[in-house]
Design a protein around this ligand. Structure first.
Ligand code: AMP
Length: 385
């Protein structure tokens, strides 16, 4: 039995603790919010991430530390390495915290990216627009997630207002990618270097926040092989231990790296019921030094994210093989408060379940893109593609 310390007490920490309990492990979560939702299932040490006295107490009570949030200050992660084992390592964390370092690394491992340029002044921004063309997306290099800290530039007259909105911190400008789809590779690497990946997941976002995911997606074998090879190269280059997500744009047959999340990821929530060993259990296994578990999909699975507030649970609970997750958080605009995973034996069965759920919750627009992708995949199979 080990005690795993988690920096950050949100829903990811909560689901890690739930997954690790059957393995006999204990958890201790550090968060400055007294009602952090992981504290409903694991003890909480209420402290700021720069409170080194509190962190000393934390380190003395745990066997290994990990993260539920990638924006833990790098000095905190570094400091922890001299007091306990820390996975993923702080160097991997700092690359993933900075969109510029991350994109440069993608290039080094042979993963194409959208055209991008670093922006530290309004003149840089003008030069960057000349490089990327318009439309383009201006993003803060650090501390951005779920579309936060981003502005879309559609025309040259947007340059000044975007600079005024974001220009107080280092930025990156990226060409806007007219992608065919967004997908992610959820993968895990163990302390002994064993690497496994889950089937490719397709993702849909609304206002920059994940809205729905579906796996396993049917793509050309070569695309899947390339995506997984890049994820593996990334993990090996960073000597990464634990679960991570590589988010990709699929655009006219090309895979472009968007970002890497150095932690369990929202687009991997379907693995809780959709695979034999979830991303959460595999992360726990990896950081503890246990063998990794099976990442094969048990069948098609769709995940619907609840953002802002929870809908009525009844239509989900009424469906066979549908699973309700309430994170125990109070409602707030733009906040992830829960999700549902709907599993099935076939795409047809999954379509029917999603249709019933969409109608019952009056959320047909939420389930529509997933249903359309499933239907298209069925058609492609029927045509023998
Ligand atoms: P991010 O926080 O960078 O993952 O961005 C959130 C979402 O915004 C992505 O999942 C995309 O849907 C969209 N997005 C971000 N960057 C781009 C881009 N360069 N081109 C098109 N869409 C983007």
């Amino acid at each position: 039995m080990a005690t795993i310390g988690i920096l950050g007490g949100g829903q990811l920490a909560r689901m890690l603790a739930i997954a690790g309990a059957p393995l006999g492990h204990r958890f201790l979560v550090v968060d400055s919010a007294p009602d952090a939702c992981a504290s409903h299932v694991a003890p909480l040490l209420k402290a700021d991430w720069r409170d080194f006295d509190a962190l000393e107490k934390f380190a003395s009570q745990i066997d290994v530390a990990t993260f539920d949030f990638e924006n833990v200050p790098s000095e905190t992660a570094e400091w922890l390495t001299s007091h306990t084992r820390v996975f993923p390592n702080p160097a991997a964390l700092s690359v993933a915290q900075d969109r510029l370092l991350e994109k440069n690394l993608f290039g080094e491992i042979g993963l194409e990216t959208p055209v991008f340029a670093a922006v530290d002044s309004i003149d840089d921004l003008r030069a960057a627009v000349a490089k990327t063309g318009l439309p383009a997306v201006l993003k803060t290099r650090r501390l951005g997630y779920d579309g936060k800290g981003q502005a879309i530039l559609k025309q040259h007259s947007d340059i000044e207002s975007a600079w005024e909105a974001l220009g107080s911190v280092p930025l990156i400008l990226e060409a806007f990618v007219p992608f065919d789809s967004e997908m992610s590779v959820i993968a895990v690497r163990s302390r002994s270097g064993e690497f496994r990946h889950y089937p490719l997941t397709r993702n849909w976002h609304r206002d920059g926040i994940l809205s729905a995911s579906f796996a396993p997606i049917k793509v050309d074998e070569d695309i899947e092989r390339r995506a997984v090879a890049r994820a593996r190269a990334l993990a090996e280059r960073l000597d990464y231990v634990g679960v991570f997500a590589l988010e990709l744009f699929f655009c006219e047959g090309r895979l472009l790296g968007n970002e890497m999340a150095p932690r369990v990821h929202n687009s991997g929530h379907w693995t809780i019921e959709g695979t034999a060993c979830s991303q959460f259990e595999n992360h726990v296994r990896a950081v503890i030094g246990l063998p990794l578990g099976d990442t094969e999909a048990l069948g098609p699975a769709a995940m619907l994210n609840w953002v802002g507030e929870l809908p009525d649970a009844t239509p989900i609970l009424a469906e066979a093989r549908a699973h309700w997750h309430d994170y125990g958080k109070s409602p707030r605009e733009g906040r992830k408060v829960g999700h549902a995973t709907i599993c099935a034996d076939s795409n047809e069965e999954l379509i029917q379940r999603l249709q019933r759920i969409g109608r019952a919750l009056d959320r047909e627009d939420h389930v529509a893109p997933v249903i359309a992708a499933l239907a298209a995949s069925n058609e492609a199979t029927a045509r023998g593609m």
